[in-house]
Design a protein around this ligand. Structure first.
Ligand SMILES: Nc1ncnc2c1ncn2[C@@H]1O[C@H](COP(=O)(O)OP(=O)(O)OP(=O)(O)O)[C@@H](O)[C@H]1O
Length: 610
């Protein structure tokens, strides 16, 4: 108010009960005091109470909540009872007691509000910490020798604070309303201008000067509503996931099936992808994660998609199933399942009010996720999750029939039936991944998309699981897409290999053929990086990070290619057909294909392919 040059809120004039006008924007009260000046001064009291009470409440609540959640056991039991006791104390009663004992003052009002609201922050922080403490980065910090207080301060509180800060803005609103209520009752600090006391005075003169109570009432409403909106914005700003993935899966605008679409033809590939493009919105940037991918998978066939981390393999997998995050968009391309379009020009095909992919997902096209621990619901038994999936798609199925079907799939995957009622955390990593495979097969799909199904498992279990997938594929005549960064794993399980680099399939060929005659220098690098079974140990060359040559118009691998020429740097390579379903995007594909890769020693994979 002093900055705005407003009159002193206590200044009295002779213009009593002046309605709002040019001289007094919000009018004057029964003593001729300027209401606008008093509303602005009142805002100061409201904000002091709001910030003071919320800060105190969050500080006490977060600290005690973090300790309770982190240490658990009797510490948690004791502190939780303390939270409960404080939650039971009525704020007004406590303040009445304080006013009676110490007299009314603003700091005491702040302390009283904080004393009754901190358990709210404490409970919130406790539940955050209960989840966070089992995270791997917390375990890693402890294993590295960090003391508990450091782990709480450095890892637990910063990761759990976002919802508490958001709740803090709601606490601020509550504190303002409580202070206004107290002042209304005459229990506030009488030396300060408060909206509550203004409303009280206003209601006594309501007929004569309604503006006296309307002005502080509206100010109260606007400030509390603004704080709630601020809470939403703080949450949005502190949680990057809300900006990218937040909310329910996005409903994407669909298209009707093409009028001239032929009926499903026998012998059509189970999956046919043409020029598929997927982009992510990351702030102002667009990331073209899948940049014109085409391939075709025959029924019962198997395709391995390999490439380095970040080349777009998982994005391609999610585009095929239409399970992309909300910041992803298909910007073009067609996907046909069994001859019928499920995506046309980047848009999902809708038929009878439902997208075709929804009708196919899990029943005919299933997926095996990368990390079974994240994919399986931790608070539900494996059997329960499978029963739910079965009954969702087959509503007539009884619980006993569902359990019998789960038993069959468990036998097939090699998990003892007795483990059906286990929770995911009670299973070993390999068993959990097998349970994930069982879940993907429960509805007898025709096509399975496995995204790095053996990551995080030891070599022996990796090998067993890949062997089981290959075996199941043969027994059930499944079609398989295996996404992996491991050329060897793909060679063991798939008939065809597609090598991806910077969002494109740069080479695709039957497995034996790509190992014998790789025609793209990137595939050659991947193959020569496979360990030799009998040769001496070699130091591997590393590749520079994915380049931006594509943006400049050349081959996207040119910056890392030992054989790149001026042509590679200036002109995008054509898709060179090398015969026998072998295609490579390289200006010199024919020359490379004529040159065997490293004939000296058989690699582990070559043995597997043989
Ligand atoms: N949700 C997202 N928002 C923004 N960019 C993303 C998102 N997910 C992936 N990307 C980017 O898209 C590109 C392709 O990522 P993708 O996860 O598909 O690669 P990948 O080959 O599967 O890698 P990895 O083997 O490590 O899983 C990368 O540049 C990645 O940073």
């Amino acid at each position: 108010a002093p900055v705005l040059g407003l009159p002193d809120p206590a200044d009295m004039a002779f213009d009593l009960y002046q309605p709002p006008g040019a001289a007094h924007w919000l009018g004057t009260d029964n003593f001729g005091r300027d209401i606008f000046a008093r509303v602005v001064w009142g805002a100061r009291v409201a904000l002091i109470v709001a910030i003071g009470a919320a800060l105190l409440s969050i500080l006490i609540g977060s600290a005690l909540g973090a300790v309770a959640g982190y240490f658990g056991g009797w510490v948690d039991g004791l502190l939780s009872r303390v939270f409960d006791i404080f939650l039971l104390i009525p704020t007004f009663f406590l303040i009445l007691l304080i006013v009676a004992l110490f007299g009314a003052s603003l700091p005491l009002t702040i302390v009283a509000i904080a004393l009754t609201t901190w358990p709210r922050s404490a409970r919130l922080m406790r539940s955050q910490v209960l989840t966070l403490k089992s995270r791997v980065y917390v375990q890693a910090a402890l294993a590295a020798g960090a003391p508990h207080w450091w782990v709480i301060l450095r890892h637990v509180i910063p990761n759990g604070i976002a919802p508490i800060v958001t709740d803090g803005t709601i606490l601020m609103g509550m504190a303002i309303l409580t202070e206004a209520g107290l002042s209304f009752l005459g229990l506030g600090d009488q030396n300060m201008v408060s909206w509550g006391s203004m409303i009280f005075e206003g209601q006594r003169h309501l007929r004569l000067a309604p503006w006296m109570s309307i002005a502080p009432g509206v100010a109260l409403l606007v400030l509390v509503a603004s704080l709630n909106l601020l809470g939403d914005s703080v949450n949005f700003a502190m949680n990057p996931q809300l900006r990218t993935r937040g909310g329910a899966p996005k409903r994407r605008r669909g298209v009707a099936p093409p009028a001239d679409e032929p009926a499903a033809t026998a012998g059509a590939p189970i999956l046919q992808v043409t020029d598929l493009r997927l982009e992510y919105a990351a702030g102002d940037r667009r990331i073209a994660a899948v940049d014109g991918v085409s391939f075709s998978l025959p029924r019962g066939g198997s395709l391995g998609i390999v490439g380095e981390s970040g080349c777009g393999k998982s994005s391609l997998g999610s585009a095929l199933l239409q399970t992309m995050p909300n910041n992803a968009e298909l910007t073009g391309g067609t996907i046909r399942y069994d001859g019928r379009a499920i995506v046309l020009d980047g848009k999902p095909v809708i038929e009878g009010g439902r997208s075709r992919i929804e009708a196919l997902r899990w029943t005919r096209m299933a997926t095996i996720f990368q990390s079974a621990m994240n994919a399986l619901n931790p608070v539900t038994t494996v059997r329960r999750q499978m029963v739910d999936t079965l009954r969702l798609h087959r509503p007539g199925m009884t619980r006993d029939e569902a359990t019998a079907r789960i038993g069959e799939v468990f036998d097939m995957i090699g998990i003892p039936r007795s483990r059906m009622n286990a929770y995911p955390h009670q299973l070993s990593g390999g068993m959990r991944q097998r349970a994930m495979i069982a879940l993907s097969l429960i509805l007898e799909p025709e096509l399975v998309i496995a995204d790095e199904p053996t990551t995080a498992l030891d070599m022996l279990i990796q090998d067993q699981i890949l062997g089981e997938i290959a075996d199941l594929r043969e027994r059930l005549n499944l079609s398989l897409i295996l996404v992996s960064h491991d050329m060897g794993a793909v060679a063991e399980s798939c008939e065809t290999v597609a090598v991806m680099y910077a969002g494109r399939i740069v080479e695709i060929a039957p497995t034996r053929r790509i190992f014998d005659r790789p025609a793209h220098p990137y595939s050659r690098t991947l193959i020569s990086a496979l360990p030799s079974l009998t040769g001496p140990l070699e130091t591997l060359d590393s590749l520079p990070a994915t380049g931006s040559a594509a943006a400049e118009g050349g081959c996207r691998f040119a910056h890392a290619c030992p054989a790149a020429t001026a042509l590679c740097r200036s002109t995008p390579p054509p898709a060179v057909q090398l015969g026998g379903n072998h295609v490579a995007e390289c200006h010199y594909a024919e020359e490379f294909a004529a040159e065997p890769v490293d004939a000296a020693e058989p690699t582990a994979t070559e043995e597997a392919c043989a």
